[in-house]
Design a protein around this ligand. Structure first.
Ligand code: GDP
Length: 213
């Protein structure tokens, strides 16, 4: 089932397929912002709560299983992982946020790292904010969206793990999500529904990324 607002053109889908036919390679992990790569390439970033399915989605989009580490120990990696796709665009895996057990100091540190990153990165064309389709937008997600609205970085909501709920439930969370972002200035209107497990919405994500190269 297709939950997107409008179908993607053949050209857009082909561009996405073509881009990710190329290899994606790990470039570097950035723990301090003075380590950010100097580059002329555009970049896009993936953000989301720990365990939202971010690693799985990056692996599905790039077609490379072991690229981003999937793990069941949320809140562990506190660095920005850079990947380069076909020498054409950089993908940035932001550290997962909102881990319930994370100490307040760690949350603060995360926010500072991300805010500084968002404010200073002119090549950053879009942030994909991943939302678990079972849960919808939560308070921690609202906080990151506040940050993105403030820094005027365009972001797009991507629902993950849609295979875990019924089509009707996906439609409900889709409608709820669109209502929640309607007044947010930097939010992209199109919301994507994906499943890394069932390969749903992955071609569309590739097309979106290809449009930003
Ligand atoms: P991350 O912490 O955001 O990087 O999340 P992971 O990619 O490591 O995924 C967290 C858990 O959710 C793992 O057990 C994955 O197998 C599972 N998962 C991720 N994506 C999907 C999906 O599309 N469908 C289903 N059913 N499970 C998923």
């Amino acid at each position: 089932m297709d939950f997107t607002l409008e179908p993607y053109s053949e050209e857009m889908l082909a561009a996405g397929k073509n881009l990710f036919a190329g290899k994606t390679a790990f470039v570097l992990g950035v723990a301090q912002l003075n380590q950010l790569p100097v580059t002329e390439l555009n970049e896009i970033a993936f953000a989301g709560r720990s365990n939202v399915g971010k690693s799985s989605l990056i692996n599905a989009v790039t077609g490379q299983k072991g690229l981003a580490k999937t793990s069941n120990t949320p809140g562990r990696t506190q660095q920005l992982n850079y990947f380069n796709t076909a020498g054409k665009i950089l993908l940035v895996d932001l550290p997962g946020y909102g881990y319930a057990q994370a100490p307040q100091a760690m949350v603060k540190q995360w926010q500072k790292l991300i805010l500084t990153y968002l404010q200073g990165r002119v090549n950053l064309k879009r942030v994909f904010v991943l939302i678990d389709a079972r849960h919808g937008i939560k308070k921690v997600d609202e906080e990151i969206m506040d940050m993105l609205d403030k820094t005027a970085v365009t972001y797009q909501i991507v629902l993950t793990k849609t295979d875990k709920i019924t089509d009707a439930a996906v439609e409900r969370v889709m409608a709820d999500t669109k209502a929640k972002i309607a007044k947010r200035p930097a939010a992209y209107v199109q919301v994507l529904a994906t499943s890394s497990e069932k390969n749903i919405g992955i071609e569309e994500m590739r097309a979106e990324i290809a449009s930003l190269v």
